[in-house]
Design a protein around this ligand. Structure first.
Ligand SMILES: [Zn+2]
Length: 449
């Protein structure tokens, strides 16, 4: 992929480097303090209820905070967007969802290579048969295996090979579906992973052991979730809790929310609790006693190299064999914007519907850099799950392949399907059940993402 397209040196995820917050940054281009999905777990500090990752996917108010994910932005610009298993897919935003979407069932087996191939084919058919322009797709590995066995384990190496085979399958599928002149693929991740040290090797961080600290001074806490934590002290107890914990362990960092270094961009949102904790790489934060046994973790400072993620992009809109050296703190903007967007938005408002062919023509008329057209839509944040963004970029297609037979027949097909759909948006939601995976599901019980 690096030879055929763009390879970034690395990309920096936002802090907090855990799944739902980082994915929502990928979808919105906003720092976590601005989009408000501040944790994998929905929580309520009054009732002290916390919901795990999967249930939180369905808590609409957790996600729909006034920031629009890229699917909705794209749809409002007259494009068609879809999503498969990507965190945030289950929610509705300002009354809208991705027009074609699939949410994974509970206890989904994220490791099944056959399912990865089926999902790849499904997404390709969405592009070819349902005329979609943009799809986000999520694979939950090698994250799960890295948590369980550690990032440097043989099990994890095997899983990375499975990911590699799947990327090969995906690139072949692009050809099989006749999309190679149109489809741009970006593969990245939402965070990295690092090895956790256990007692015996190091002194673990256990808050209850720190002199002067007591859980009875708190009205709510979020700890025992990897290397990060947030605390809500009872009224009048903030300084007592803060002073007890500050310096309480050589590898524990303790900040009042407003004093957290600005580079984290993890201060402003009201959901962020008054005291923020994070551990150095190799350590996790335990509450009353150690209850975390993962051999690999993420959630650390996003400047740690182990938290950085890979980035590859291939397709007609990308340069070939181009290495992209990111400067610190460099980010990519996030909306599917384009010189033609205003015109499209106008048309959408007036009820018109565009075919891909019309969009292509418009793209060519309006000019602009292909690369910038494609990179809009991404954030340079990522980690160690595998994500796939597929952009249907039209401009280069027209330039290179306008006269090919296939493109002509495709345009005809699009015109016909446009007539059939009559400008109406399709509202499909698939919730599939995994078949025959009960045995493998034993491996799926880990809850970290
Ligand atoms: Zn994870």
């Amino acid at each position: 992929m690096a030879k055929d397209g763009v390879k970034a040196q690395y990309v920096t995820p936002p802090y907090l480097t855990i799944t739902s917050p980082t994915h929502f940054t990928l979808l919105t281009g906003l720092y976590i303090e601005n989009h408000g999905v501040v944790h994998n777990m929905w929580f309520n500090t009054t009732s002290t209820v916390k919901l795990p990752y999967y249930q939180t996917q369905f808590k609409n108010d957790w996600w729909d905070n006034g920031s629009l994910p890229i699917w909705i932005t794209a749809q409002r610009q007259g494009l068609k967007a879809g999503s498969l298993h990507f965190p945030g897919t289950a929610s509705t935003y300002d009354g809208e969802t991705a027009s074609v979407r699939e949410v994974e069932p509970i206890m989904y087996n994220y490791k099944n290579e056959t399912a990865w191939r089926e999902n790849t084919d499904k997404v390709m058919s969405w592009f070819r048969d349902q005329d979609l322009d943009f799809i986000s797709m999520y694979f939950g590995e090698p994250d799960g295996t890295g948590h369980r066995y550690g990032p440097n384990s043989p099990e994890r190496q095997k899983m990375v090979m499975q990911v590699d085979r799947t990327v090969g399958y995906m690139r072949q599928a692009v050809k099989n579906y006749g999309l190679e002149d149109q489809l741009n693929i970006i593969i990245t991740a939402d965070h990295g992973m690092t090895t956790i040290y256990r007692d015996g090797l190091v002194e673990e961080i256990t808050l209850s052991k720190i002199p002067g600290f007591s859980f009875s001074d708190l009205s709510f806490h979020l700890v025992d979730y990897g290397p990060s934590g947030m605390l809500l002290p009872k009224p009048g107890m903030l300084d007592k809790v803060y002073n007890a914990l500050k310096g309480g362990h050589p590898h524990l960092h303790v900040y009042k929310k407003e004093e957290l270094p600005e580079r984290f961009h993890f201060t402003k949102h009201e959901r962020i609790l008054p005291i923020i904790l994070w551990a150095d790489t190799g350590y996790v934060i335990n509450g009353y006693f150690p209850v975390q046994f993962n051999k690999g973790e993420h959630g650390f400072d996003n400047e740690e190299m182990d938290m950085k993620a890979f980035f590859r992009a291939v397709g007609p809109a990308f340069a070939q064999n181009w290495r992209w050296d990111l400067r610190d703190g460099q980010h990519l903007p996030t909306h599917v914007s384009h010189p033609g967007d205003t015109a499209r938005e106008e048309r959408r408002r007036s009820g018109g519907h565009q075919t891909h062919a019309e969009r292509r023509r418009e793209s060519t008329d309006t000019g602009g850099s292909v690369l910038s057209n494609v990179f809009v839509g991404l954030a340079a944040v990522a980690g160690f799950l595998l994500l796939v963004f597929i952009f249907f970029t039209t401009k280069t297609f027209l330039k290179r392949k306008n006269k090919s037979k296939r493109s002509q027949s495709n345009e005809k097909k699009e015109r016909e399907s446009d007539k059939q759909s009559n400008g109406e948006r399709k509202e499909n939601m698939y919730v599939t059940q995994s078949k025959g995976e009960e045995k493998e599901n034993e491996d799926v019980k880990q809850t970290s993402f």
